[in-house]
Design a protein around this ligand. Structure first.
Ligand SMILES: [Zn+2]
Length: 401
């Protein structure tokens, strides 16, 4: 039996505003639809948040560095979409910058929107722009996305991904343990701590993680990263990182993306199901429905082709009971491992909704009770689920002024 979810939720990462911006005909002349926080197409919308028991959603201003030359302008473009949405739905949701404001919204029955940035290139290496972001209400920022920038190096360098080409130089399974923060990056993390902006190490290289540990003192987060021991993708944290993060008082947010959950070399059933649903009836050639011979590069290219061909996923069709079950159980397995290694205080949620492909096998924000059920099966008590869904992240937010 799956019970209703009566635990409050804080979700540390989604790309919903980017998606609205991308699909908003006003912002993007090629877009054909107009989305807002009520759109059913979104994995996170206001209704799903209410159904799921959300208190706080972090909305990331996702700076897609290969898509824009002016990352600061991109931040401002996304910010205006965020502001517009907050204005339209001001009776239902409003922006917050600390725990007190979250409590106040809870008291009057409103949802809270916590403003974050994904990609430190938004600041273009200029500390004044960091102060500008803070003044706009940003209280959390990943230092990098998947490109090196003024502040440091990522674990996956998307600029070095090569497709069907012998000059393959970047693997999702080989971490970067030598290139960490730049001098500018060190200056930034110190300033972020001083002004009260949470440092987010998701996407950062392994070397960068240890630089953050070395040059800072306060709790920081990995807003949307799982356990590398369970799935070897380098977007996930090693056991040592999980331990260090826990000792610092930080949290890592469970990410529901297939690529960061499953080890495709051993999770054969999941791989087969994912490929079946991902590519069935898409009319794309050269697709192996069993997924047996596909390496990461092939899959990455197929993702691009789906995007390029504007093939949309039929979510009603892809989310079979079995697919869901496997996904939730795998998320719970990551949760169990992370808590065993880093302690009960180190875990939160970081869905990556509206940034992850819809073949991930995860229903949306309204179905978090299923995740609670899977966590119960992993031996977590009601109180511990509350820690994971809400209290651990709230503890970090309480450090903000
Ligand atoms: Zn991300």
């Amino acid at each position: 039996m799956v019970r209703g979810n009566d635990v409050k939720i804080i979700d540390m990462h989604c790309d919903t505003i980017h998606k609205i911006w991308q699909n908003n005909a006003k912002e993007n002349p090629e877009a054909s639809v107009h989305e807002n926080l009520e759109s059913d197409e979104l994995m996170i919308n206001l209704e799903k948040m209410k159904q799921g028991g959300y208190s706080v959603q972090n909305f990331a201003m996702f700076i897609e560095a290969d898509d824009t030359k002016d990352c600061f302008k991109r931040f401002n473009d996304l910010l205006s979409v965020f502001r517009e949405q907050m204005d339209i739905y001001k009776d239902i949701i409003s922006p917050v910058t600390n725990a007190f404001e979250i409590y106040e919204n809870e008291r009057i029955g409103k949802l809270s929107a916590f403003l974050t940035v994904e990609g430190g290139e938004a600041c273009q290496g200029d500390i004044e722009k960091l102060h500008y972001l803070y003044a706009q209400g940003v209280r959390m920022m990943t230092l990098t996305w998947n490109f090196p920038n003024e502040l440091g190096y990522p674990n996956i360098d998307a600029g070095k991904m090569k497709f069907k080409d012998d000059s393959f130089r970047c693997s999702p399974y080989i971490p970067d343990t030598t290139h960490g923060l730049t001098d500018k990056g060190i200056e930034f993390v110190r300033e972020m701590e001083r002004i009260g902006m949470i440092i987010d190490v998701s996407h950062l290289s392994d070397a960068g993680f240890y630089d953050v540990l070395k040059y800072t003192k306060k709790p920081f987060v990995a807003s949307h990263s799982n356990a590398r021991e369970v799935c070897p993708f380098v977007r996930n944290l090693t056991d040592d990182m999980i331990r260090q993060l826990g000792e610092r008082g930080g949290v890592t947010g469970l990410n529901y993306c297939h690529d960061f959950l499953f080890n495709d070399t051993i999770d054969e059933e999941m791989r087969a199901i994912a490929y079946k649903y991902k590519f069935a009836d898409k009319g794309l050639d050269n697709i192996d429905n069993e997924g047996k011979s596909k390496d990461y590069n092939d899959r990455y290219e197929q993702d691009r082709r789906i995007k390029d061909n504007n093939v949309s996923c039929d979510r009603g069709k892809i989310i079979s009971e079995r697919f869901m079950d496997i996904t939730y159980n795998k998320i719970a397995e990551h949760a169990r491992h992370i808590v065993n290694v880093g302690g009960m205080g180190v875990l939160g949620l970081g869905s990556d909704f509206d940034g992850i492909p819809c073949y991930s096998g995860m229903p949306e924000a309204d179905r978090l009770n299923y995740l609670a059920y899977a966590l119960h099966k992993q031996g977590f008590s009601d109180g511990q689920i509350e820690d994971i869904f809400y209290k651990n992240v709230m503890r970090v937010y309480k450090e903000l002024k």
